[in-house]
Design a protein around this ligand. Structure first.
Ligand SMILES: Cc1cc2nc3c(=O)[nH]c(=O)nc-3n(C[C@H](O)[C@H](O)[C@H](O)COP(=O)(O)OP(=O)(O)OC[C@H]3O[C@@H](n4cnc5c(N)ncnc54)[C@H](O)[C@@H]3O)c2cc1C
Length: 485
């Protein structure tokens, strides 16, 4: 470690990556610690799940993205502890702990899926927060059509296999439902002999009274109509109360309960901030809201710890939404503040968020966009969506291949990324059944070397004994002497 100011950045998502990059010219050493080796462009996860894009296109290796940044080091590991007193961050990778000291810390660990206290739903209704999630969903979605074909051929019922339920009518839910409908009605309809994929039922359900609540009532209603035109059933004001292997149940405000038989359920409702928020809250007394987001000072610092910035999905400040721009702009603000302090300049003051608007696709050539007072729907909004997403995808080669895949899917009717494997579908459940998770599949640090040293010692002794026996036989003149049977 050099004598320079040490900045540790937790997370390689929007906050983490943009924070590290913003410190490129600063006189500091940056260590980015994240639990994945990639930066993830979450807004396009639904396209990986539905076979449009490959995972590599939306998840470039962080190491590659930062390889030209001389002052940046990337460390793989899940941060398990932050010691604000000692100013250290401890991470774990397959049972190998690492502790790093910091002078300044940017915490950008994001948020995970929330099942609102019903974590057991996750077994049958995976969320969509990571590449693993998207690939599992891809396997489940395409696999469901396969199982339906098999059931039809065997003369068994298959409606539950061709019923897809997306829980949560926010942008992710709307985009997923739209793409599953297009998959069934366009992409797959020529590929199966015993089922009519275009008859697949896609249901979008939400406890809220409208779709896309952050976009306002008017755009919400237009989106609902567009989804229904695609043949999607939109069920609003319905709270999901149970999920099992074969289906799910929801309850309306008037107490009515409905059950739908569906094998493929997707959870796109609710987020819960990284548990690191709790670690910080316990040490500072800064309150957490119901989603586990921590209250920070207006300049994004942790109360009582001006050297620690928390940004992105983890924070509860002025009702800022959990969107990429909040994380990006927050991380840039934190980086600037660190630089100003090092240059002896006064603070630039509170973090000011500039809302660049929101957009969501409904299907190919159709999107909704809300930018200030401007409300757009249809093809123009879709074109805007295309340009904005292309701009923010990290890396030139990823942009080029994404455009090629969009041509295949939007102008044609194919999907370039339909490969699925059993490991993708069942890997999560299998790992969850292991007590120590993936760590229990590899030797603890040092064990392999110790075992090999012990084996080498045993082998050395055997060879020595053999050599001694050879010497004895030679000295005794017994070599070559015929031994009677
Ligand atoms: C499916 C989906 C679609 C979305 N669509 C949009 C959209 O269209 N527009 C939009 O603006 N926003 C969208 N969002 C929200 C947006 O992606 C988030 O607001 C944004 O990613 C938040 O950035 P962040 O840096 O706070 O967290 P993330 O980008 O989630 O990054 C968190 C990082 O921390 C790492 N991490 C977590 N815990 C640890 C730990 N303990 N140790 C080490 N590393 C850790 C993670 O691996 C990750 O690298 C979407 C989100 C999802 C899930």
């Amino acid at each position: 470690m050099s004598d320079r100011h040490q900045v540790v950045v937790i997370g390689s998502g929007f906050g983490g990556l943009f924070g590290a990059k913003a410190l490129k010219r600063a006189d500091v050493d940056v260590t980015m610690i994240a639990k994945t080796t990639h930066h993830l462009f979450q807004p396009l996860l639904y396209q990986v799940a539905t076979g449009i894009l490959s995972q590599g296109e939306i998840a470039p290796p962080t190491r590659e993205v930062l390889h030209k940044q001389k002052n940046a080091t990337v460390l793989l590991g899940e941060v398990t502890d932050i010691d604000l007193e000692a100013r250290t961050v401890t991470s774990q990778l397959l049972g190998r702990p690492t502790t790093v000291s910091y002078d300044s810390l940017i915490v950008a660990a994001g948020a995970g899926q929330s099942y609102f206290g019903n974590d057991h739903f996750a077994e049958f209704a995976p969320g969509m927060k990571s590449i693993d999630d998207a690939l599992e969903l891809r396997g489940r979605i395409f696999g469901s059509f396969e199982l339906a074909e098999l059931a039809a051929q065997r003369g068994e019922s298959f409606e539950h296999l061709l019923t897809f339920v997306v829980v949560g009518a926010g942008p992710t839910g709307v985009e997923l439902a739209g793409q599953i409908a297009e998959l069934a009605r366009r992409t797959l309809k020529r590929d199966f002999k015993h089922i009519r994929t275009e008859h697949a039922r896609v249901i979008l359900v939400d406890a809220a009274p409208q779709v896309l609540p952050p976009f306002g009532a008017k755009l919400g209603e237009k989106t609902k109509v567009a989804l229904e035109k695609l043949g999607i059933d939109v069920v609003l004001g319905a709270m999901v109360t149970n999920v099992d292997e074969r289906g799910l149940e929801w309850k309306f405000k008037d107490g009515r309960v409905e059950r739908i038989e569906s094998v493929t359920k997707i959870w796109a409702a609710g987020v819960s901030a990284s548990p690191l928020g709790k670690t910080l809250s316990e040490q500072t007394g800064a309150p957490l809201d119901r989603a586990g987001r921590i209250s920070v000072n207006p300049d994004l610092t942790l109360p009582g710890h001006p050297e620690v910035f928390v940004v992105g999905d983890m924070i509860n400040l002025d009702h800022l939404p959990g969107v990429a721009q909040v994380a990006i702009q927050g991380a840039k603000h934190a980086a600037k503040e660190i630089e100003r302090r090092l240059e002896g300049k006064p603070s630039a003051g509170p973090f000011k968020y500039f809302d660049k608007g929101s957009m969501a696709t409904i299907s190919r050539f159709r999107a909704v966009a809300s930018i200030g007072n401007l409300k757009l729907t249809g093809f123009v909004a879709w074109l805007m969506w295309l340009v904005v997403h292309l701009f923010y995808i990290t890396g030139f080669k990823n942009r080029v291949t994404a455009v090629m895949h969009w041509f295949v899917s939007f102008l044609g009717s194919d999907r370039a990324e339909r490969t699925t494997t059993l490991q993708q579908i069942f890997g999560r459940s299998a790992l969850e059944r292991l007590e120590g998770g993936a760590s229990s599949l590899v030797s603890p640090p040092g064990q392999y070397d110790a075992e090999r040293a012990a084996a080498d010692e045993t082998r050395r002794k055997e060879l020595e004994e053999q050599a001694a026996e050879e010497v004895r036989l030679t000295d005794a003149g017994e070599r070559g002497v015929h031994q009677p049977a």
